[in-house]
Design a protein around this ligand. Structure first.
Ligand code: PGA
Length: 262
């Protein structure tokens, strides 16, 4: 594991985008695992800027980590009626680059049979040759994707009930703006499992801000536990890069940083 400490959100985003761009340049048909939330928005912005300078996304494939259950992409609907992660991905990233629609995979929140959909999603990842680089954030409760506390560290893509903390955090950050009430936001999601994520060839986890400092330290230095599913990073066999801004890194010990710091 390598831990990079950036001065601020912007630098964190630039470093993350550079790592992704280097991979795309080296392997133009690479498979990227993508994340939603406030954390990766700056990374997507920088990748869009690099695309304007020539970075080619025409052969990459993407798999998103998760999606709320019960909603799906409908770009014709106003923002207030479509809070899907699919919409987020198109608005923040896909509409601005030359990725092909058929190479985009996002869990289908409107799947009629979500369980079969989850098995199909796992198969599609395998058929694509596996994920070369999985981008990750970390939730306030330590989750990776929507793998809430208590999720098995060998879990696969599945339907997951969301924790109160996740619902509160996501309501404040996203849903509130749409005018949808807290009780009407989806309480379930489709999520890649921790076992699925650990099969990626490399992972890159980002976190910023002082609100994440305690959970980042727990995930990276605490026990590996289903209570903090991002602690699975300590089990990861391939290259794991963690990029934090200074605030999110504040509770990491000196010993840890001298061992894993850049
Ligand atoms: P955030 O969410 O980027 O909005 O903080 C991270 C997560 O829940 O994984």
């Amino acid at each position: 594991m390598k831990v990079i400490i950036a001065e601020n959100y912007r630098e964190m985003s630039m470093r993350a985008a550079r790592i992704m761009a280097d991979l795309i340049e080296k392997k133009p048909d690479c498979v990227l695992g993508l994340a939603t939330g406030a954390t990766p928005i700056g990374t997507y912005k920088e990748l869009i800027r690099l695309h304007r300078e020539g970075l080619d996304f025409s052969r990459i494939k993407t798999f998103n980590l998760d999606e709320y259950l019960g909603i799906g992409l409908d770009l014709s609907k106003p923002y207030s009626e479509d809070q899907s992660y699919a919409r987020f991905m198109y608005e923040e990233f896909f509409s601005h680059i030359n990725i092909r629609d058929e190479n985009i995979h996002i869990p289908d929140g409107l799947a009629k049979d979500p369980e079969s959909f989850c098995s199909w999603y796992e198969e599609e990842i395998k058929k694509a040759g596996g994920i070369d680089l999985q981008l990750l954030g970390i939730g306030g409760d330590g989750h990776w994707a929507f793998n809430e506390p208590g999720s098995s560290l060998s879990s696969r893509t599945r339907v997951q009930a969301l924790d109160k903390k996740t619902l509160d955090d996501n309501y404040e950050a996203f849903y509130k703006k749409s005018g949808i009430s807290r009780k009407d936001m989806p309480h379930y999601a489709i999520t890649m499992g921790i076992g699925t994520i650990l099969e990626a060839k490399s992972v890159m986890m980002l976190a910023h801000g002082s609100k994440k400092a305690e959970i980042v330290a727990k995930a990276l230095e605490g026990p590996v536990t289903e209570e903090v599913t991002a602690s699975a990073i300590q089990l990861f066999k391939g290259d794991a890069t963690v990029i934090l801004d200074r605030e999110a890194s504040a509770m990491l010990s000196k010993d840890f940083l001298s061992m894993y710091g850049e």
